[in-house]
Design a protein around this ligand. Structure first.
Ligand code: MG
Length: 369
């Protein structure tokens, strides 16, 4: 594959409601779309950091700068690139997982289209509907939390995750269990607790949660292992699973029994697949997380989620959960029983709606070899 041109499009799509993070909130979804053309075919990828720097070290601006000034120029110098050579090339450069995921996704999409196969088959997956799970953030009132849970259950979502924080944990879990009985339920603490809070998690053990996601700090792998040894409920590592080296440490130390794998954080589909393979060999279950992302990154993640050890519902949800619009046709949607089905088309199987890319684009740039 010889690359003709790479276009970058910085899009900004409105959210229905603010996405609240630990030290702020965002009301728009920024993404840098990567459009690669070669041999008359177009591949698309999405680098998808949230605005601000609260959720990750990378921001839309830093990702745009890295793609435009470093990654894409170094890429255009390569005579020929297939996805695995692309991965080799990217692995030699430090950091910037979001930018790498955007470029790598476009190369995979292009390659799959050129050989006429769906992305999942190239990634080693097996086509199947992917179970989707919804998340409720910390709500000011318990009644609001219960209303949200009710809404997601009626939309068919296959499990519900609720965010917890010190002082806002047992009460919330207990209220949801009391109202909705034995639904598939999990909690996410985003690293807000310490090992001295083990007693609280032992109390949560009696609520039969599917898992407790990231109870302790990102770097606290030994403490997670100590906590897991005291609990019946599986611990799921999210923030801690930041790259392949971290995944290996998690496995070696026994820090948890489940992994949340995010393509953007891992720096692309292939490193995310490697994390999946490492976990599978160690008997650790996985599910596919999201940052969240627009339709392109969501679709590509769903192809990856067809791999055999992604056994738990994904955080990838319908486009209309967060976004007033999306850049793919069709948009990501879930069936009435909470599954997302991939098409049999080649590549990611979702068409990119160029008119909507244009509508939401705030910056665009074309780079040529
Ligand atoms: Mg999480």
């Amino acid at each position: 594959m010889r690359l003709a041109a790479i276009r970058l499009h910085w899009v900004r799509v409105p959210l229905w409601e603010p996405f609240r993070i630990s030290n702020g909130e965002v009301s728009v979804k920024d993404a840098i779309l990567v459009q690669i053309e070669a041999g008359g075919t177009t591949g698309w990828g999405e680098a998808s950091p949230l605005a601000g720097s609260a959720y990750s070290g990378e921001t839309p601006q830093s990702t745009w700068d890295f793609l435009r000034d470093h990654l894409v120029p170094s890429f255009l110098d390569q005579p020929e690139l297939d996805p695995l050579r692309c991965f080799d090339h990217l692995s030699k450069l430090p950091g910037e997982p979001f930018a790498k995921a955007g470029l790598e996704g476009a190369v995979w999409d292009l390659h799959a289209q050129q050989i006429g196969v769906p992305l999942w088959s190239l990634l080693g997956g097996h086509k199947r509907p992917i179970a989707s799970g919804a998340t409720v953030g910390l709500m000011p009132e318990v009644s609001e939390l219960l209303n949200r849970v009710q809404r997601f259950l009626s939309q068919g979502y296959r499990r519900v995750k609720i965010k917890i924080a010190p002082g806002r944990d047992l009460e919330l879990v207990s209220a949801v269990r009391k109202r909705f009985g034995n639904i598939p339920l999990m909690v996410d603490a985003n690293g807000a607790y310490q090992l001295k809070d083990a007693g609280l998690f032992q109390e949560l053990d009696s609520f039969d949660l599917m898992m407790i996601e990231q109870p302790l700090a990102r770097e606290a792998l030994t403490e997670h292992a100590e906590l897991q040894a005291r609990l019946r409920t599986p611990i799921c590592l999210d923030e801690s699973a930041e790259n392949l080296v971290a995944v290996q440490s998690i496995i070696r130390q026994g820090s948890g029994r489940i992994l949340n794998i995010k393509v953007q954080r891992m720096g692309g589909l292939w490193p995310a697949r490697q994390a999946h393979d490492l976990a599978m060999a160690a008997g650790i279950s996985c599910w596919l997380g999201t940052m969240p992302e627009l339709g392109i990154a969501s679709a590509q993640g769903l192809h990856l989620a067809t791999l055999p050890n992604f056994t738990l519902p994904s955080d990838v949800v319908a486009s209309d959960r967060w976004f007033a619009d999306d850049v793919t046709d069709p948009r990501i949607s879930i069936s009435g029983d909470g599954f997302i089905c991939l098409s049999d088309g080649s590549g990611m199987g979702y068409r990119v709606a160029v008119d909507r890319v244009r509508k939401y684009c705030i910056r665009t740039e074309e780079l040529r070899a």
